[in-house]
Write a protein that binds this ligand. Structure first.
Ligand code: HAM
Length: 421
């Protein structure tokens, strides 16, 4: 039997993990500067959390969840996203009773049963933030800026910020009615998915990939023109803060997002060069989610970024991350006795903090030289019977090629000096 990785999953091999780690470190540094603290929630949750949080009528809940019954008969789901879990944890741990706002970040695998293609997988990785306990429009602007900063520090360019306000449950209800009224004469022309969600979630028609070019869609009532005064004021404050930060954005009245919990600010950051899956990160405010999950009024906002999509964008833009996987030193030995003695030096050099490697497979000196090159060693040390007798080792600078002899008892000191300088 040939065993393969499940469809839509990827192995991340050592030649690529360095890129992932680099990306994670850039993000973690930005999170630190903005004072966001890491939260780690379970990879699986009770299914009801996502049904209530993300919404019964969404594609994620209807078609994409990995749901199973555990041995205790509970319905369990692998998390398709992080927001519902973070809010659940905030409520369960009664953090609403402490100082607000609370600013969180998370990194990790998410699972959605989608049709795999470039930038879309069944297991993928998100890095995200959630700010709970504050509804100031300054937080909305900060969250968008923070996401953009991560991408800017990686060197990415040409990103579009799409912005909208989806209002609150109050004003959205009357907007929904307006949309239902508006689409009524075009019902026959809508795709079958849109026909079935027409009554329940007419907003989703606005971002339908099938119907997007139909003329009547462009003329549909625009939500940001229909929202109530409070939502309107909040939205204009968000825009003022973004202007203050010199962030360009495109007002996109069709941006409604695929999860039901959003209120007010919604945004997506897009890189057109990615093709069909071109959203690098998306998010928004969800002031009613804590009420839905745990009957508490806690406003919240956040985003999540697809890490695979960041890496694809880096590739697309030809950006090489400054990754250094070279080692400091390769120990080359001649003869069995030298190999044994080298082994103890290897240990001492590593303990002193140097990145050191040797040959374990009895290769020839030439073969070991090649291995030193392959590992991008800055130096090699040659240790043979003669050297051992004399109590010395030969250090070779791999870049310039010159060689010097040092006393074995001074080897660790000499090498740390050289590497540090
Ligand atoms: P989302 O738009 O479903 O939002 O996903 C956010 C990002 O995750 C997408 O923009 C994309 O980069 C990445 N992504 C989603 N699905 C896949 C997939 N199948 N394969 C690869 N990448 C994918 C959320 O998940 C919300 N929880 C965001 C949020 C946080 N809103 C408020 N706080």
């Amino acid at each position: 039997m040939k065993v393969k990785a499940p469809r839509g999953t990827n192995d991340i091999l050592p030649q690529d993990t360095a890129k992932w780690q680099y990306l994670e470190n850039v993000a973690k540094n930005v999170f630190k500067r903005y004072n966001y603290k890491e939260i780690r929630t379970p990879i699986f949750e009770e299914t009801g959390l996502f049904q209530r949080g993300i919404g019964e009528g969404t594609d994620i809940v209807e078609k994409e969840m990995y749901t199973f019954e555990d041995k205790g008969g509970r319905s369990i789901t692998l998390r398709p996203e992080g927001t519902a879990s973070v809010v659940r944890s905030f409520l369960e741990n009664k953090i609403y009773g402490k100082a607000q706002p609370n600013k969180y970040f998370y990194l990790g695998q998410m699972f959605r049963y989608e049709r795999p293609q470039s930038g879309r997988y069944r297991q993928f990785h998100q890095l995200g933030v959630e700010v709970l306990g504050g509804d100031s429009p300054a937080i909305d602007a900060e969250v968008i800026l923070l996401g953009l900063e991560i991408l800017r520090e990686l060197g990415l360019e040409g990103l579009e910020v799409h912005l909208n306000s989806v209002g609150c449950p109050k004003c959205r209800e009357s907007y929904k009615e307006k949309l239902i009224e508006y689409f009524k004469p075009y019902l026959e022309e809508l795709c079958s998915d849109c026909q079935s969600r027409y009554e329940r979630s007419p907003l989703r028609i606005l971002d339908c990939k099938v119907d997007k070019d139909k003329n009547f869609l462009a003329e549909a009532p625009k939500i940001h023109e229909e929202i109530c005064d409070e939502c309107g004021d909040h939205f204009s404050e968000v825009k003022t803060f973004l202007d203050l930060l010199d962030i360009d954005y495109i007002l996109n009245p069709k941006l409604v997002r695929g999860l039901d919990y959003y209120t007010r600010t919604a945004f997506e950051i897009i890189y057109k060069g990615l093709g069909a899956q071109d959203t690098i990160f998306g998010g928004g405010r969800y002031d009613g989610l804590a009420q839905e999950i745990g009957r508490r009024d806690v406003p919240g906002i956040g985003f999540a970024m697809g890490m695979e999509r960041i890496l694809l964008t880096l590739e697309e833009q030809g950006i090489e991350l400054p990754i250094d996987e070279s080692i400091d030193l390769f120990v080359i030995t001649i003869g069995e006795e030298a190999q044994r003695s080298a082994f103890s030096y290897l240990h001492k050099l590593r303990r002193a903090g140097l990145k050191v490697e040797m040959d374990y497979l009895g290769r020839s000196v030439k073969g070991q030289m090649k291995a030193a090159d392959r590992n991008n060693a800055s130096y090699s040390i040659i240790l043979g019977e003669d050297e051992l007798q004399k109590g010395v080792a030969t250090i070779r600078d791999m870049k310039i090629g010159d060689q010097v002899e040092v006393e074995l008892k001074k080897l660790v000191e000499e090498m740390t000096d050289r590497i540090e300088n």
